[in-house]
Design a protein around this ligand. Structure first.
Ligand code: RNT
Ligand code: ZN
Length: 413
């Protein structure tokens, strides 16, 4: 089937494929830099900590800022559209032998990233890094040790400044996402104490002056991590309540809930009570495993709740996964393209019609129609989109990556 006949088929059910293609062109997704080096960063040789883990040792990992930037460039060249990049504080680029600890990071340490983003017309999103650091062996913002807690409060304050710098330099907002690994392996004696300290730390951080129209602060909750299985300070209700009371944006990572809970079901609720929300799009396999995003049912359901509810301007979309067992550049491309496909697939769905069936309680027709739609020629529209955006098709781009692997990645020491 050609694009033209696909276009006709969709037109017959009231869907304008041209409008969908136009809409998709303007959607920027934030691509996380940490897929490129297994969440390593450049500011220390510390092992990854904080209860998150990459597994695998596929060759060719980026080990310098230059390599990471080259790999991101390669990935972006095979992803249709203009996007954003997402950095962590541990990706500071130090020059001429200088180094700064996390509580002394400054905009200058990210000048190379601004240069990179400016040249390519990308926005930057940012994350303080509360892990992989000697002072993060226990709790961070919730620490009972006042010196440690203050160190991390200061880190977050530095990051607010850096986020503002990104926004000013790049003329677009900067999302600043706070996720801390604080929790306990075993049953806590005191659950409220650490949460009270986290609340206090957040209050101190947000008491600093920053431009909320440019820096969108988001808070990411979690249910558990490796080594912190029994208790997580920054739980869902903790951050939801804090965010609601302090005019801050909640961020939902779809790996951070009990396995029978779905973020697709949470999105519509959150949209009723928040101007904007943020997502970390990932693929949890049995746990918060951070597998590469596929075009699976839950990914499509999440996209549906954004597109159908006309919330593309209200949901900040970032990817978050780290797979070290496959080609890391391919991992970016697969995940980014799949999220775009999920959005497109929702744009090609006659939601008004389906909603009517639901409201009329015509559940048989709803099921039949939904199933029939699954065989519509969505792939033709996706290919047309890739074609118009000047990027290779799904069955073409991997050859480019294989070549890059042989020419570049495998030559890395
Ligand atoms: C960890 C969170 C967090 C991290 C990144 C590296 O469980 O999902 O978003 O993955 O900040
Ligand atoms: Zn996340």
């Amino acid at each position: 089937m050609s694009y033209l006949s696909a276009k006709e088929k969709y037109a017959a059910i009231g869907i304008d494929t041209e409008a969908a293609i136009e809409r998709l062109k303007n959607i920027a997704v934030s691509m996380h830099c940490w897929q490129g080096d297994d969440v390593g960063g450049f500011d220390s040789k510390e092992a990854l900590s904080g209860g998150i883990q990459t597994t695998g040792n596929y060759p060719g990992k980026a080990t310098t800022p230059q390599e990471l930037m080259a790999d991101m460039d390669k990935a972006l060249s095979l992803i249709p559209g203009k996007h954003r990049i997402n950095l962590h504080a541990c990706y500071a680029v130090f020059e001429n032998g200088e180094w700064a600890d996390r509580d002394a990071l400054a905009p200058a340490h990210f000048a190379k990233w601004v240069e990179f983003a400016k040249e390519r017309g990308l926005g930057i999103d940012f994350n303080p890094t509360f892990f992989s650091h000697p002072k993060a062996s226990g709790m961070t913002l919730a620490s009972a040790d006042e010196e440690i807690r203050t160190f991390w409060v200061n880190h977050a304050k530095c990051c607010l400044k850096i986020a503002e710098y990104f926004a000013n330099e790049l003329n677009t907002f900067c999302t600043l996402n706070i996720w801390i690994p604080d929790g306990m392996k075993d049953i806590p004696a005191d659950r409220i104490g650490p949460r009270a300290r986290l609340k206090k730390s957040l209050d101190e951080i947000f008491a600093t002056d920053f431009d909320r129209s440019k820096v969108y602060v988001t808070l990411e909750s979690k249910v558990f991590g490796i080594g912190v299985e029994s208790y997580t300070v920054g739980s869902a209700e903790f951050y939801l309540t804090y965010a609601a009371k302090n005019d801050i944006m909640p961020l939902m990572d779809n790996g951070h809930y009990h396995p029978t809970e779905y973020v697709s079901d949470k999105i519509p609720t959150m949209l009723l009570f928040n101007d904007k929300i943020a997502l970390h799009i990932t693929r949890p396999v049995r746990w918060d495993s951070d597998h590469v995003v596929l075009l699976d049912d839950e990914t499509k359901e999440m996209a549906k709740e954004i597109v159908k509810n006309n919330a593309l301007q209200r949901v900040i979309m970032a990817l978050d996964y780290f797979d070290a067992s496959i080609n890391r550049v391919a991992a970016w491309i697969v995940g980014m393209r799949n999220w775009q496909k999920a959005l497109l697939s929702s744009m090609l769905t006659p939601w008004d019609e389906l909603k009517k069936l639901q409201d009329n309680e015509d559940f048989t027709a709803l099921m039949v129609t939904n199933e029939a739609l699954k065989c519509y020629p969505f792939g033709e529209v996706w290919n047309e989109f890739c074609n118009r955006m000047g990027v290779l098709m799904d069955d073409e781009w991997y050859a480019e990556i294989k070549k890059y692997e042989n020419d570049v990645l495998l030559k890395r020491g």
